[in-house]
Design a protein around this ligand. Structure first.
Ligand code: SF4
Ligand code: SF4
Length: 375
């Protein structure tokens, strides 16, 4: 068994902030993960159900792999508030981290191969078949928290994980013996969550979590959570923002930059633009994590947040979406926001009635009827 000193040195050299080696064995949290899936708390993330067996059998992910090298990269930055008051999760403000970390994992792999570390290799960032937080905790680079994330010294919850499966047996353990944070008696994240998504310490019901609802969920956002979204148009940082362990994390804005789609324009800001976005969506959002929910999902989120943060320009853009948006989900969400925030405004009731008259989609028609019944 080889000591991973060289691997850690290369990881530092490539800019990673944390590194450790986890045993290539079923993750410690395997049974909790299975119970979470059985309870349906993954919502519509069916890929987790499909990959259930692989996720708890890391050795089967890459035949010949003998170790799991886990790295962490800080992404802390000041809070992002868009023109009009909307918010996006800080990690999503700049360029997509999957590419950023994926590239560095490939370089790490190449340099390890040059040092004689065995093949094969496979880098994984976020979407791979691994219970990465559980492995990272076993590698000693962070401690599992009540908010369901990992806490590292200095960075708190503000870091990404990446993994490299390698064909060399390495001694498990962290690059540095860290004194890890712990939640103790704190419950700030549980209390701050506006949709009560932290259903038990360390357990998130994704179906209630704003991050899932605004990013992974492909349908309409359930009525009971729309007000709870508040200003969050993509993701949510509330449980991380209240965490005392992250309050001294350094500013890493320069790592990912800020994408131009977040820019103010004095015309109602990004939400008005995103709601009106059409075929150019992929081009406009090229390189941004905000692409993940696709045009329909991001326009849906923008429509709802414009209802939670009412403005005249927002109302006008909702009226346009109600009439012209090709997606029934976006038309329905616009109807909800118009009735939620603007039902007393001149012309809004008439617009909702006309929209109902021409609506051919049954779910959007139901939203319109509910919007009209609110009066
Ligand atoms: S991300 Fe937001 S909605 Fe999800 S658990 Fe944390 S505070 Fe709750
Ligand atoms: S806010 Fe408190 S309870 Fe939640 S993760 Fe941070 S330390 Fe733990």
């Amino acid at each position: 068994m080889r000591h991973p000193t060289t691997a850690f040195e290369i990881a530092w050299d490539l800019g990673f902030d944390l590194a450790g080696v986890a045993p290539l064995a079923p993750p410690a949290r395997a049974s909790e993960f299975q119970a979470w899936l059985d309870a349906g708390r993954h919502g519509s993330m069916d890929y987790l159900e499909r990959q259930r067996e692989r996720i708890v059998s890391p050795a089967a992910v890459l035949p010949g792999a003998r170790s799991l090298l886990v790295v962490g990269l800080g992404h802390s930055r000041p809070a992002i508030e868009l023109e009009g008051g909307a918010r996006v999760a800080r990690y999503a403000a700049g360029r997509d981290y999957h590419n950023y970390i994926g590239k560095r994992l490939r370089k790490l792999g190449k340099r390890l191969a040059a040092e004689g570390y065995g093949s094969p290799q496979r880098g994984i960032v976020d979407a791979g078949p691994l219970l990465e937080r559980s492995h990272a905790a076993e590698a000693g680079i962070g401690a599992e928290s009540k908010a369901g994330n990992l806490l590292a010294p200095v960075l708190g919850p503000w870091f990404f994980l990446g993994e490299l499966l390698i064909g060399e047996e390495l001694e498990p353990g962290p690059a540095e013996q860290l004194s890890l944070p712990n939640c103790g008696t704190c419950t700030a994240c549980i209390e701050v969550c506006p949709t009560q998504a932290i259903v038990a310490p360390g357990e998130i019901d994704a179906r209630r979590c704003i991050s899932y609802l605004t990013i992974e969920n492909r349908g309409a956002i359930p009525l009971e959570f729309r007000e709870g979204l508040g200003p969050w148009v993509f993701g949510c940082d509330l449980c991380s923002e209240v965490c005392p362990w992250g309050s001294k994390a350094p500013d890493h804005s320069e790592r990912f930059g800020t994408h131009e789609v977040l820019e103010a324009d004095g015309q109602g800001g990004p939400l008005v633009r995103w709601l009106a976005e059409g075929e150019a969506f992929s081009q406009t959002f090229n390189g941004s994590p905000l692409q993940r929910p696709k045009r329909e999902g991001l326009a849906r989120n923008a429509a709802i947040v414009l209802g939670n943060l009412p403005s005249e320009m927002g109302r006008d853009s909702l009226l346009r979406a109600l009439q012209f948006d090709p997606s029934p989900i976006v038309r329905g969400s616009s109807a909800w926001s118009l009735s939620h925030a603007h039902r007393q405004d001149a012309g809004v009731r008439d617009a909702l009635e006309s929209a109902l008259g021409r609506e051919s989609d049954s779910a959007a028609a139901l939203e319109l009827r509910q919007a009209l019944d609110k009066d």
